[in-house]
Write a protein that binds this ligand. Structure first.
Ligand SMILES: *[C@@H]1O[C@H](CO)[C@@H](O)[C@H](O)[C@H]1NC(C)=O
Ligand SMILES: *[C@@H]1O[C@H](CO)[C@@H](O)[C@H](O)[C@H]1NC(C)=O
Ligand SMILES: *[C@@H]1O[C@H](CO)[C@@H](O)[C@H](O)[C@H]1NC(C)=O
Ligand SMILES: *[C@@H]1O[C@H](CO)[C@@H](O)[C@H](O)[C@H]1NC(C)=O
Ligand SMILES: *[C@@H]1O[C@H](CO)[C@@H](O)[C@H](O)[C@H]1NC(C)=O
Length: 499
C-alpha cells in the first residue's frame, strides 16, 4: 500500500504544482495596462480534448500475463479500446461546462444548435468519435427547437428527449496529421532514430537502474520490455485498475492481480520511464539538439504543426469575415463560425502543449488525463481604436476540474505577467512550427539526404545538416534533461520512504 500512497503523492504533487503556478500566475496575471476585462469581447473559441475513460487497447504483454480477456470489456460496443459509460459522462459533463462558458456566459453561440457556428472534428477512432458525440450532446441537448433541431415527439415518440444529432467530421487515421501525432511519417521515424542515437538517450537507457528495471520486467512478463514499449505494459494495467470493481466483484485490488508490477518501487519506475520516453518522443529530451538538428522544433512540427495551423487558419478565417463579410477573403465556411473542436488523444494534446511551450508547467510529467482539454480563445478590445486582438489559453485538467484555468502566461512568446497575449504570437508560433509544405510531403523529406546521392566518402560521419529552409540553427548549449534531476529526486524520496 505504501507504493500506492507514493504514487498518489506524486500525482498530487504535479496537480499542486499547477495550482500553485495558477495562484502565482493569478497574483501577477494582469491585463496590459490599458485593457479592461469588461471591454474584452470574445469572438471565437477552439477546443481540443482527450477522449474519456476507456478499455485497455490490448492485453498486458507476455504469455498469459493478463489476468483478464478482451471479452471482459463489454462496454462502449465491447472489446479493447472502447469508451466506457464513465468516459461518455466525462465528455457530456465537459460539454455542459463548455455550454456554460460559450452559450450562457459569453453568448457566442446560439442556444439551439446552429450548423454554421460550429465545426467538430475527431480522429477516426470509436472512442474519440463517441467522446465528441457525448460532448456536443452535453452542449446542446435540451435547448433545441422541436420540429427544427429534432423531430416532433408526436411523429417519433421514441426520440430521446431533447437529443440533437450533431455532425462530427473525421479523416482517415493513417494520414491524419492533425489529430494523430504518430500518423505514417518516415521523416519522424528518422528524427526519432536520431534521438535514439543521441548521447542523452543513450545515457538514459544505459543507466544501470533503468537496465535493471527493464530486465526485471522482461523476466516477469516473458515479453521483451524496452523503454519504447513500456507504455504498452503500463496502460493496460492502469485501465484494468480503473475498472477493477467491475472486473472482479470480490473487491480485489489491481495489485492482487499483478503483484510483480506493484512490487517495491517498480510501478513508479514504470511511470517515470514512460514519462521520459514521452519527452524524447516529443523532442524535449535533447535541448541541445542532435547533430546540429533542432529536434525540439523538427519533431513538434510533425506531431502538432498542422494542428496549430488548422486552428490558427480557423481563427483568421473567422476574423476576416468579421472584418468584412463581403470581401473575397471571407469564405462561406467562416461567415458565422465561432467554435471549433478537435476530439483526439493524450498524444495529440501532449504534442500541442509542447508547441505552445506549456507542457512542462501544466503536466511536468505524464500524459494529459481523460477528458483533459485545451481552449484557445480570441478576444477584441472593444474600445481600442485599432481593434486590438488577443488570445487566452485555458486548460481543463480532468473531470474534477470545475473551471478552465488560465495558462496564457506560460505560452512561449507571451507576457509572463499577463492573462492576455497579442494575437500575433499565434502567427509567430505558426511561422516557427507549422510546416511550409503539406505534412505528407514533409514526411517524405528525409532529414539526412539519402546515402545514394552522396559523393563517395571515406569519413564515418554520415549525418548531414538540413537544407537551409528547414534547418533550425541551435544555440551552442549543453543543458541536461530536467527529468533526470526529477528522477534522482524521486529516487531519493522512494529511498527515504522505503527505509
Ligand atoms: C471501432 O469500430 C470498428 C467497426 O466499425 C471496429 O472494427 C474497431 O475494432 C473498433 N475499435 C476501434 C478502436 O476503432
Ligand atoms: C543511428 O545509429 C546507427 C548505428 O550507428 C546508424 O546506422 C544510423 O544511421 C543512425 N541513425 C541516424 C538517423 O543517424
Ligand atoms: C476474483 O474473483 C473470483 C470470484 O469470482 C475470486 O475467486 C478470485 O479470487 C478473485 N481474484 C482475486 C485476485 O482476488
Ligand atoms: C469589404 O469588401 C468589399 C469587397 O472587396 C469592399 O468593396 C468594401 O469596401 C469592403 N468594406 C470595408 C468596410 O472594408
Ligand atoms: C501586437 O504585436 C504587433 C506586432 O508586434 C504590434 O504591431 C501590435 O501593436 C501589438 N498589439 C498590441 C495590442 O499590443
Amino acid at each position: 500500500m505504501r507504493w500506492i500512497l507514493l504514487i498518489s503523492l506524486a500525482t498530487a504533487a504535479s496537480a499542486l504544482s499547477l495550482n500553485d503556478r495558477a495562484k502565482r500566475n493569478a497574483r501577477y496575471a494582469a491585463l496590459p495596462a490599458d485593457v479592461k476585462e469588461e471591454n474584452l469581447q470574445l469572438l471565437f473559441a477552439s477546443a481540443m480534448w482527450r477522449h474519456g475513460d476507456r478499455a485497455p487497447e490490448h492485453a498486458v504483454p507476455g504469455n498469459d500475463v493478463d489476468q483478464f480477456t478482451e471479452e471482459d470489456f463489454t462496454f462502449g460496443g465491447g472489446g479493447y479500446g472502447e469508451l466506457s459509460p464513465e468516459g461518455m459522462s466525462m465528455h457530456f459533463n465537459l460539454g455542459r461546462k463548455l455550454k456554460q462558458r460559450y452559450i450562457t456566459d459569453f453568448k457566442i453561440l446560439n442556444k439551439a444548435y446552429n450548423a454554421k457556428e460550429i465545426y467538430i472534428r475527431s480522429t477516426d477512432y470509436n472512442r474519440t468519435l463517441i467522446s465528441a458525440y457525448s460532448n456536443v450532446a452535453g452542449m446542446f441537448t435540451g435547448e433545441g427547437v422541436v420540429g427544427q433541431n429534432f423531430p416532433d415527439a408526436t411523429l417519433v415518440p421514441d426520440w430521446p428527449a431533447g437529443y440533437i444529432p450533431i455532425p462530427v467530421h473525421t479523416v482517415d487515421y493513417s494520414t491524419d496529421y492533425i489529430g494523430h501525432p504518430d500518423a505514417n511519417c518516415p521523416r519522424q521515424d528518422e528524427l526519432y532514430e536520431l534521438v535514439q542515437n543521441s548521447t542523452e538517450y543513450q545515457n538514459y537507457i544505459n543507466d544501470p537502474q533503468i537496465s535493471q528495471v527493464l530486465k526485471y520486467l522482461t523476466e516477469a512478463t516473458g515479453a521483451e520490455v524496452t523503454i519504447d514499449n513500456m507504455y504498452d505494459l503500463q496502460d493496460p494495467i492502469f485501465c484494468e485498475g480503473e475498472h477493477i470493481a467491475e472486473l472482479n466483484e470480490t473487491g480485489a485490488h489491481i495489485e492482487d492481480f499483478y503483484p510483480w508490477f506493484y512490487a517495491g518501487d517498480i510501478s513508479t519506475w514504470v511511470d517515470h520511464i514512460v514519462d521520459t520516453d514521452e519527452d524524447f518522443t516529443n523532442g524535449l529530451g535533447n535541448p541541445g539538439g542532435v547533430n546540429g538538428i533542432d529536434v525540439s522544433v523538427e519533431i513538434p512540427k510533425i506531431r502538432a504543426g498542422d494542428t496549430l495551423k488548422m486552428i490558427v487558419n480557423h481563427v483568421h478565417g473567422a476574423l476576416a469575415c468579421r472584418d468584412n463579410s463581403t470581401d473575397a477573403s471571407c469564405r462561406n465556411f467562416y461567415k458565422q463560425l465561432k467554435y471549433t473542436a478537435l476530439s483526439a488523444h493524450d498524444t495529440t494534446l501532449a504534442a500541442f502543449l509542447t508547441i505552445l511551450g506549456v507542457k512542462k508547467y501544466i503536466i511536468p510529467s505524464g500524459y494529459p488525463s481523460y477528458s483533459a482539454a485545451v481552449l484557445i480563445e480570441i478576444y477584441e478590445d472593444k474600445v481600442s481604436e485599432t481593434k486590438d486582438r488577443y488570445f487566452k489559453v485555458l486548460y481543463h485538467a480532468n473531470k474534477n476540474e470545475e473551471e478552465f484555468k488560465p495558462i496564457t502566461s506560460f505560452v512561449k512568446g507571451c507576457d509572463p505577467k499577463s492573462n492576455l497575449c497579442n494575437i500575433t504570437v499565434l502567427d509567430d508560433l505558426v511561422a516557427k512550427y507549422a510546416p511550409d509544405v503539406d505534412v505528407g510531403t514533409l514526411c517524405n523529406t528525409p532529414v539526412n539526404p539519402p546515402t545514394t546521392t552522396l559523393p563517395p566518402t571515406t569519413t564515418t560521419n554520415t549525418v548531414k545538416d538540413l537544407p537551409a529552409t528547414t534547418a533550425n540553427t541551435l544555440p551552442p548549449t549543453t543543458s541536461s534533461i530536467s527529468t533526470l534531476s526529477l528522477f534522482s529526486a524521486l529516487s531519493v524520496i522512494l529511498l527515504t520512504f522505503s527505509l
